[in-house]
Write a new protein. Structure first.
Ligand SMILES: Nc1ncnc2c1ncn2[C@@H]1O[C@H](COP(=O)(O)OP(=O)(O)O)[C@@H](O)[C@H]1O
Ligand SMILES: [Mg+2]
Length: 424
């Protein structure tokens, strides 16, 4: 009997062993397939620089990897301390996209604040769960697996997958989501940096384009018209020679004055276009020369106050500061009906300050800034853009009949800080 009993047991253990071998095999198979997916994802993510497409890809990969019908990616908005649903895959997509929730809310908020992943297999028993966002029409959240997206020790977002189709989420699932999240976070950081760089480049292109338009306008309104007037004046002088020669001398005198004025206008335009002096001698001397050139023209007196020893800065910083001064002065000449404008350049250890103040009629800054599209001219806007390109702040203060004051504060690059002492 014992033998019989033994016999009945042995085949059973063989079956058990082969069952467990089969299970191990399946698990290994699954792990390999997860690894392959993860490797594909890592490769795809590292080559995607468009942020929108990248986020979409991450969410799809997460849902695919974990057999989940819904998944979403939320990014931290540091300015408001909120999480924003950037990509939502699944039935709730349209309802949730771009919705915001406080960092203190929901399971995603908890993950973002604590910087650790979490598994919740029954959300109805979890007090962190936010019912307003998790349940919508027919869609019901049952389980959530969420991991933080961490870059250089900082949580920039959260990725979640919902309602796994093949059973509860396991700690192994969590491990896979974390692996995906760490790849995704690096890719997002890269794409953001790339976007920042291309935004800056677009700003530069816009600024240059506007400069070209301004030059064309200035050439058209100034020298081109003066030259036509000179040509007409010469015709008049020729006729006068025949009918009233005594007046020719006066006519020629006024033509000469116009020619001198035109030549001065062209030189000033050339100077504005590319002040060679800026490269050779730096900001202080160049601004002084610019002010002296324009002083007294069109009834406006210009003053400049600076120590000649403000030091030297990288060429793009000097060129940008000069361009901002030019736009400010050109606005005073065009719009302010001012008697005087004062420019001042002041250098402290960590800060270079340029101010341009006029005693003209002033203007309502908020109404100008809210009407850019309609007006189609972008002088003040470009000043701000230029300032931001060199990490400077720009303050514009103006009020009707109170004049205008513009203050540009440029942080001195670390390498240049000793330069003041060296050049003083
Ligand atoms: N110093 C100033 N004094 C008076 N008004 C000014 C001054 N600077 C700018 N403005 C007003 O702001 C407007 C916008 O200036 P800007 O953006 O440079 O464009 P644009 O000079 O081409 O008109 C001007 O049209 C003018 O009404
Ligand atoms: Mg302007």
């Amino acid at each position: 009997m014992a033998e019989v009993a033994g016999k009945t047991k042995r085949p059973g253990s063989l079956v058990d062993r082969s069952k467990s071998l089969f299970a191990t095999n399946r698990r290994l198979h699954e792990q390999i397939s997860h690894l392959v997916t993860l490797q594909d994802v890592a490769q795809a993510l590292s080559s995607e620089l468009n942020l929108g497409r990248l986020l979409d890809r991450i969410v799809r990969s997460a849902a695919g990897l974990l057999h989940a019908p819904a998944s979403s990616l939320l990014m931290v908005d540091e300015s408001t301390n909120e999480l924003v649903f950037e990509v939502v895959l699944g039935e709730k997509g349209d309802y949730l996209r771009q919705r915001r929730m406080s960092l203190n809310e929901g399971i995603a908020g908890w993950v973002a604040i604590n910087g650790v992943p979490t598994i919740v297999n029954d959300v109805s028993k979890d007090c962190r769960f936010n019912r307003n966002l998790g349940e919508y029409d027919d869609f019901k959240t049952i389980s959530i697996l969420a991991a933080p997206l961490v870059v250089k020790g900082k949580t920039i977002g959260v990725i979640e997958v919902l309602n796994k189709a093949t059973g509860p989420f396991t700690s192994e699932d969590l491990h896979w989501l974390e692996a995906l999240a760490s790849q995704a976070a690096i890719a997002i950081d890269n794409a953001r940096l790339y976007q920042d760089v291309s935004d800056e480049r677009n700003k530069l292109i816009t600024v240059q384009e506007d400069m070209r338009k301004k030059l064309a306008r200035d050439l058209h309104d100034g020298p081109a018209q003066s030259l036509s007037a000179i040509a007409m004046g010469i015709d008049v002088a020729k006729k006068l020679l025949e009918v009233e020669p005594g007046r020719v001398r006066d006519e020629l005198e006024s033509l000469r004055a116009l020619a001198i004025k035109t030549s001065r206008e062209i030189r000033t335009l050339l100077f504005e276009l590319r002040p060679l002096m800026l490269e050779a001698q730096g900001l202080g001397p160049t601004l002084r020369c610019y002010v002296e050139r324009l002083d007294g023209t069109e009834g406006l007196s210009l003053h400049f106050d600076a120590l000649e020893t403000v030091g030297r800065f990288p060429p793009e910083v000097e060129a940008t500061i000069f361009a901002i001064a030019q736009e400010a002065v050109s606005n005073v000449r065009k719009h302010a009906s001012a008697r005087a404008v004062w420019l001042a350049l002041e250098r402290q250890e960590h800060l270079l300050t340029l101010s341009i103040r006029d005693d003209g009629k002033g203007f309502d800054l908020s109404s100008v800034e809210s009407n850019y599209e309609e007006r189609g001219s972008f002088g003040l806007f470009n000043m701000r853009e230029r300032a931001s390109l060199i990490g400077a702040s720009l303050e514009i203060r103006s009020a009707p009949s109170q004049g205008t004051a513009i203050t540009l504060k440029v942080p001195v690059p670390a390498g240049e800080r000793g330069a003041l002492a060296a050049s003083a």
